[in-house]
Design a protein around this ligand. Structure first.
Ligand code: IPE
Ligand code: IPE
Ligand code: MG
Length: 225
């Protein structure tokens, strides 16, 4: 029941803001509160690894103003939350490219990674300038002898539950390999409104599912034995 890897595509900030006549960045700002709520709720719901899609490699295609607002929000999040991560036993790690990020953000990320390194309650992975295809290519290039096991280790843990908010039902280049057997939950909730109850409901839904990994269901095995 415990030690779940939950990955979330935090989507719908722009639509949330539009629906309220606010600029898109207001959605991103409110989305940061949903990140804090989710990180705080996760350990109590049996989640040990939480991977949040914060900025995709394709998000550079957005208007420069929105991109720079997102970079600033990420920096502010780290400034505000790193101490709280330490107090709560959260180990923070960024996945994705770093060479295109603002230098100030990279040093905040490195500082947060260093200072939270001993956290053992939750491994929080923030995907920033992340592309799963790129991560797979990097892993192939890094490891000469590619075995499935070594490759999986190099990329990161398999996802148990993938959640995407805002009603969209696609992966958008997120954890393609790691989601091979992930259970998927798509919710219409816009990310800024995502709550502990939504996370809990998705995890309950996950526990109701029968993960067969290509084999037959447990009951059926009994019946045919
Ligand atoms: C998710 O919300 C946040 C990022 C992708 C950075 P969006 O900004 O994609 O919101 P919508 O999809 O336009 O509503
Ligand atoms: C995916 O959302 C990236 C993040 C949530 C950070 P997008 O909103 O960018 O994805 P598409 O364009 O709808 O596929
Ligand atoms: Mg979107």
């Amino acid at each position: 029941m415990n030690n779940l890897h939950v990955a979330i595509i935090m989507d719908g900030n722009g639509r949330w803001a539009n629906a309220r006549g606010l600029p898109r960045v207001a959605g991103h700002r409110t989305g940061a509160d949903a990140v804090r709520r989710t990180v705080e709720a996760a350990p109590g719901l049996g989640v040990s690894v939480l991977t949040l899609y914060a900025f995709s490699a394709d998000n550079w295609r957005r208007p420069a103003r929105e991109v720079s607002a997102l970079m600033k929000l990420l920096s502010h999040y780290l400034i505000r939350e790193t101490d709280r991560c330490i107090e709560n036993g959260v180990r923070l790690q960024a996945i994705g490219r770093r060479d295109r990020l603002p230098a100030a953000l990279v040093s905040l990320l490195e500082d947060a990674e260093r200072r939270t390194a001993l956290g053992s309650k939750l491994h929080l992975r923030l995907a920033i300038d992340y592309s799963s295809r790129q991560a797979i290519l990097d892993a192939v290039r890094r490891d000469r002898a590619v075995t499935e096991e070594a490759f999986s280790k190099s990329l990161g843990p398999d996802v148990d539950l993938l959640i995407r908010t805002s009603g969209e039902q696609r992966l958008s280049d997120f954890l393609l390999w790691e989601c091979a057997y992930a259970e998927m939950v798509f919710t219409r909730r816009m990310w800024p409104d995502f709550s502990e109850d939504d996370l809990s409901a998705a995890i309950e839904e996950y526990h109701r599912r029968d993960r067969r990994f290509g084999a037959v269901a447990a009951e059926k095995t009994l019946r045919t034995a």
